[in-house]
Design a binder for this molecule. Sequence first.
Ligand code: GDP
Ligand code: MG
Length: 370
Amino acid sequence: QEKIVIKELAEKLEVRSTEIIKELMLMGIMANINQEVNFDTATEIAEKYGILVEKEDEVDILEEFFKEAPSESKDLKTRPPIVVVMGHVDHGKTSLLDAIRKTNVTSREAGGITQHIGASVVESNGNKITFLDTPGHEAFTAMRMRGAMATDIAILVVAADDGVMPQTIEAINHAKAAGVEIIVAINKIDKPGANPDRVKQELVEYGLVVEDWGGETIAVPVSAIDGTGIDTLLEMVLIVSEMTELKANPKRNARGIIIEAQLDKGRGPVATVLVQNGTLRVGDPIVAGSAYGKVRAMMDDKGRRVKEAGPSKPVEILGLNEVPFAGEPFYMAKSDREARQVAEKVIEKGRVDLIQNTATKVTLDDLFSQ
Ligand code: GDP
Ligand code: MG
């Protein structure tokens, strides 16, 4: 039976131990902070705080199993940056992402339908940029919790007519905690009430000093509506990406992150994955938590069938035996058998832990484009 000490539970739930003890009393359990409660009890309490309890250790088992020697530097190749758009509600996250995609679609494949696979790849001067979109926030939270960040740059959208707001601050904190580079997009500069200087002024308080004020933070005035500054913003993303020297080894076995996943009536479990390292190919056996299978088909964000996906490329895959969790790492196995066996180990082992914090998720929902 899996157990957790009350004190530890309180820390994970970010509530006082006395609160937990009170809850336990209501459930007819008398305990002190150093005592343990079992998995079911912990789950029940966590639910009262809107928190989901998940079995942990999968990451560790798999991480351990698929551990590989670091790549030789000659095999490391520059990979596209992975970007998320964050910011206060109504500051224009969705509009900005749409504008970014639209610039791209019209120039490259007019009339092309963008698939919504949870991520998209855009191009700027021949360089690719991967944007995590819609439920990207779920994955973002889970990735952070698992220390498997798949984001390099956060575009912080701040409306020039509204300035820094509570969720702007939250977004800054999240990005900083995750060690992600921040680029500020001062949006809605087309509006009569726009005051970019005020935004810059307010950002100073949160440690973001823009370049023209002698700091290091890149801020780009944009309008998601008329398209002003979008190209510059993408250029800046590429400059930051170059400075951070993002590299991966396309030659090794693929590993990455599940961005989103669901059960499709006709196609079975469908997952959007982001390859972080290596190259994923049709036919590869993979495992993600307790889900495993052979990649039966892959589609890119433009809905095209592809045979392989290298670093930073998001693809939708078919072939898993069950729906994996968003934010879960995936690994390529040597054989179908190995994939199944290691997934079975994950199911067998599995220790209690609190991974997904719905309370955090609720606020994150608004930070990311939807
Ligand atoms: P989100 O909640 O951050 O995703 O914000 P949305 O993209 O939904 O935008 C909120 C509102 O602001 C919508 O009515 C948009 O049309 C409007 N909006 C977004 N960007 C701009 C902009 O650059 N200029 C103007 N004038 N309106 C904008
Ligand atoms: Mg939105």
